[in-house]
Design a protein around this ligand. Structure first.
Ligand SMILES: Nc1ncnc2c1ncn2[C@@H]1O[C@H](COP(=O)(O)OP(=O)(O)OP(=O)(O)O)[C@@H](O)[C@H]1O
Ligand SMILES: [Mg+2]
Length: 507
């Protein structure tokens, strides 16, 4: 049955509706496509502006996509390498690493991450970091990866490592002690030199406080210095440290405020052991003072000697000459008065005057010997020593032995005089202080050296007396020995008595 008029109308309405629907569908489709294109464009702009290389590969390792950066990083144009296998870019020794990552990525869906190397088109091998993950594209899984050139980073890391090694070596091998401590003084790091200086093992010192090295009464000073460093940043001072074994070590400290890699403040202390230098300075100072004292003492001694000589001249020679003069003027008067002596009386007078003159001659000789041992010049050192010791024994009634290995000794004048004077002073000291009953003198060769040894059997000299500030006799002996290049020692014997020992290298 043909359609009715009403049916046509119906049909027309329906087709109008479908046309509108179709139009709407087409419009939507177009809008979607546009959106897609827009988003693809956006995506392309983004990927191309990224400096890292972005790539997509399938599970066989075939490369499906590269962004523009591949040209900068690997030297290839994207279209040259799309469709190739990734192995084209991989140095042989790195291949296995790549395959493992690829397997993990596609089989186990693990995120790939590897630091490796890649071949540049120009033949160079460059260091890269590659990160990859699986994504779904057109219902298939593909790998999306990012390659980052880390050549610069690696170079910087290597440079840093080299620098670190350089400073580590400096730290380890430095002849100065080095400590890094926190702002409270707790030791973070310490080098071997410091450990040795203080007598500790390194593990004993880590986390210990630097106050360990100073006596308790100085702890507050350490605290103050730590505080001061926070403001002043650098501090230089001398400290007396106490080692593990209790010995005192004088250190020159240079402390600097530093920042640790973790950003915390710390203190770098460099310690130089100046104990020996300080001791040498003190010894020098001491010996200067000794010399000053000796010089002033010698001055006094010279004055005393002069007055002694004057006294001697006055009391001895003066008296004798005065009585000689008296005798002579008496004789003159008697000759004038013609009351001439009996020959016998005259003879007596002359004898007594001769006696006085003999006294005067002996007195003068004694004076001369004291001023300069005449015997030394006339008879030589050995005879002069024999006379000195014999004379000493006569006056003091001390027994003596003189063991001399030489008939005569070839020495310069200064050495002879020094040996003579040192013996003289030793004998005087023995007589004055020792309470000895006998004395032994040896002059000979011992261990290839000329040796003078004077031993008494008295009470023995004490350590205090040896180092005494006013022991000028000893100082003088030491100085005389120094001047002729000899070594001088004085010490108490094992049982008793004092020994003076002078040794001189024989030329
Ligand atoms: N043989 C000795 N036995 C015991 N004590 C000694 C002996 N020799 C020196 N002494 C002690 O050492 C001290 C220092 O001696 P030193 O010769 O330097 O000084 P001195 O004899 O007292 O003074 P000076 O020598 O200047 O006249 C003496 O005072 C004495 O106490
Ligand atoms: Mg003396």
């Amino acid at each position: 049955m043909p359609p009715q008029k009403k049916d046509y109308k119906q049909l027309l309405i329906k087709s109008e509706k479908s046309r509108k629907a179709l139009l709407k569908l087409l419009k939507d489709q177009k809008r979607k496509e546009e959106k897609l294109r827009e988003s693809e464009e956006k995506y392309k702009i983004i990927t191309d502006s990224i400096l890292d290389v972005i790539f997509i590969l399938d599970k066989t390792g075939k490369l499906l996509f590269f962004n523009k950066s591949v040209e900068n990083v690997l030297g290839y144009k994207a279209e040259e390498v799309v469709g190739k296998s990734f192995t084209k870019f991989v140095p042989k020794k790195e291949l296995l690493k790549y395959f493992l990552q690829l397997k993990n990525l596609f089989q186990h869906k693990e995120i790939a991450k590897l630091i490796t190397q890649i071949n540049h088109r120009n033949g160079n091998v460059i260091d890269v970091e590659i990160n990859g993950r699986l994504i779904k594209q057109k219902r298939k899984y593909v790998g999306l990866g990012v390659i980052r050139d880390i050549t610069e980073r690696k170079r910087a890391e290597e440079a840093l490592a080299t620098r670190e090694e350089y400073y580590r070596t400096l730290f380890d091998l430095s002849p100065s002690g080095i400590i890094v401590e926190d702002t409270e003084g707790k030791i973070i790091e310490v080098n071997d030199t410091f450990c040795k200086l203080m007598g500790y093992q390194m593990n004993e010192l880590i986390n210990k406080n630097v106050k360990t090295f100073v006596p308790e009464e100085k702890h507050q000073t350490v605290n103050n210095n730590l505080k001061k460093l926070l403001n002043e940043k650098i501090l230089e001072h001398e400290v007396v440290n106490i080692s593990k074994y209790g010995s005192h070590i004088i250190s020159q400290l240079r402390e600097t405020l530093i920042t640790l890699p973790n950003g915390e403040k710390a203190i770098l202390s460099i310690a130089n052991d100046i104990t020996e230098k300080k001791q040498a300075e003190a010894e020098l100072q001491n010996s200067r003072e000794e010399l000053r004292r000796l010089a002033s003492h010698l001055q006094t001694v010279r004055e005393e000697e002069r007055s002694a000589i004057a006294r001697e001249l006055h009391d001895e020679l003066g008296q004798i000459l005065t009585s000689l003069k008296l005798n002579l003027s008496l004789m003159k008067r008697q000759i004038k008065d013609k009351s001439i002596y009996e020959p016998e009386t005259l003879e007596n007078e002359i004898a007594s005057m001769t006696n006085l003159i003999d006294h005067a001659v002996a007195g003068v000789r004694k004076l001369i010997t004291e001023l300069r041992p005449e015997l030394l010049d006339k008879l030589g050192l050995i005879a002069a020593l024999e006379w000195l010791i014999d004379d000493f024994s006569k006056t003091t009634k001390l027994k003596y032995s003189f063991d001399c290995e030489f008939e005569e000794l070839q020495l310069d004048e200064n050495a002879k005089l020094a040996i003579f004077r040192i013996t003289q002073e030793s004998l005087t000291n023995t007589a004055k202080y020792s309470g000895a009953t006998s004395i032994k003198v040896f002059l000979g060769i011992h261990e290839n050296k000329l040796c003078l040894k004077i031993e008494d059997n008295g009470k023995g000299i004490s350590q205090d007396e040896i180092g005494g500030k006013h022991s000028f006799g000893l100082l003088g002996m030491r100085e005389r020995a120094n001047l002729i290049g000899a070594q001088f020692k004085i010490f108490k014997g094992e049982n008793s008595g004092t020994t003076v020992l002078l040794t001189l290298d024989k030329k």
